[in-house]
Design a protein around this ligand. Structure first.
Ligand SMILES: NC(=O)c1ccc[n+]([C@@H]2O[C@H](COP(=O)([O-])OP(=O)(O)OC[C@H]3O[C@@H](n4cnc5c(N)ncnc54)[C@H](O)[C@@H]3O)[C@@H](O)[C@H]2O)c1
Length: 342
């Protein structure tokens, strides 16, 4: 077993910086040796702050560096496919943020490259590592709520990312609801077979240019006979709100709360508590655990909990949801061309 995995992080934006800090400050058996971002002043500054020995504005310098074992790709979604294929060619293990790619054709090319090279590739569906979701999964699998019948999920982001991000994101279903499609399949132990999606711009008019919306709903049906609904919003004025419910034949499981800390203040104006402000705060533990598990998988050469194949299924659902939205909510069948891991 390799003792220390030498890593490089590509992309130091909202999430890349978080992953770089996890690797540098918390992960065991990992060493952050290089960081990459095209914005020179930024990558230089982060390298100094985190005391990372090497930095560059050129992704190829990390991909082709023989001293590096693994790449953590946190770049705009439109760049994922190319970077993974290049990494696989160099035999570098890959952690890549969701979604895997933007098109199924590119996902197939990426999967082929992973198979040909034998690298470990884990995709960033961090809810599968979040302690609350993990606990819920164990309880559902143990039969505590009977047969899962209905899945309900809310993903409300405290505000929209900038236009440049939306442009490369693939839209609200591929970028945002894909987290819910993934965790729905995982918790319900069943594949999604049909989707019907609708959405509307409530605040962010600039999204018209990208055929995108800032509020949406996907109605889903599962192979098991279960059903569900998934709300996504980029307009939450009060904070980052992630809640899921799985209703079963003998009970229900509720996951998530709005509280940042388990502290409530009572005074003559009433009661209040602090609300989770952003995704980095809500999923701080999950982001660290998923990165640690990736490092462990590379050391052990074992299969990750979320594979590229799983991620392609999530894309198949998201892309059908996008087509349904464009067809004003018409119900669409999800054709899964990948072997299910459930
Ligand atoms: N799992 C999650 O909860 C979650 C949350 C946010 C974002 N994401 C995903 O992470 C990825 C990045 O999102 P973000 O919000 O951090 O974006 P961002 O726009 O904040 O940051 C992207 C960074 O990548 C840099 N960059 C662009 N092209 C690059 C290249 N070829 N090589 C290296 N760096 C490059 C940019 O300069 C920027 O600093 C996206 O795929 C997004 O879907 C996942």
């Amino acid at each position: 077993m390799t003792d220390t995995i030498k890593c490089a992080v590509l992309g130091l934006g909202r999430l890349g910086l978080h992953h770089a800090k996890s690797l540098k400050q918390r992960a065991k058996h990992a060493e952050l040796v290089k960081i990459v971002d095209p914005i020179e002043s930024h990558v230089h500054q982060v390298a100094e702050e985190l005391e990372v020995p090497e930095w560059t504005t050129e992704p190829d310098e990390a991909i082709e560096d023989p001293s590096i074992d693994a790449l953590v790709i946190v770049t705009p979604t439109s760049t994922h496919g190319d970077l993974i294929k290049k990494a696989a060619k160099q035999g570098k293990h890959v952690f890549v943020e969701k979604p895997l790619t933007q098109t199924l054709a590119e996902a197939d090319e990426v999967i082929q490259a992973i198979e040909d090279s034998g690298i470990v590739c884990q995709v960033g569906f961090m809810r599968r590592f979040d302690p609350a979701y993990v606990d819920a999964k164990e309880r559902i699998d143990a039969g505590e709520i009977g047969e899962p019948l209905y899945f309900k999920s809310i993903t409300r982001d405290s505000g929209s990312p900038p236009a440049e991000f939306i442009k490369h994101s693939g839209g609200i279903f591929l970028d945002c609801s894909i987290h819910d499609y993934d965790i729905a399949r995982y918790l319900m132990n069943s594949e999604i077979t049909t989707v019907a999606a609708q959405g509307r711009i409530l605040i962010n008019d600039f999204m018209k240019e990208f055929n995108d919306v800032d509020q949406s709903i996907t109605y889903v049906e599962f192979a098991s006979g279960a059903a569900g609904d998934i709300e996504a919003s980029r307009t939450s004025p009060y904070g980052h709100d992630i809640r899921t419910e799985v209703i079963g034949s003998e009970g229900t499981v509720l996951i998530g709360s709005l509280r940042q800390q388990n502290v409530t203040v009572l005074n003559n104006k009433g009661s209040n508590y602090e609300i989770v402000p952003d995704f980095q705060t809500r999923f701080n533990d999950a982001y660290f655990i998923e990165i640690q598990k990736f490092v462990d998988c590379v050391r052990e050469q074992s299969a990750p909990r979320v594979t590229a194949w799983d991620s392609k299924i999530n894309m198949e659902i998201a892309l059908e949801a996008t087509q349904s939205f464009l067809a004003e909510g018409r119900r669409r069948t999800v054709h899964i061309h990948t072997e299910s891991s459930l």
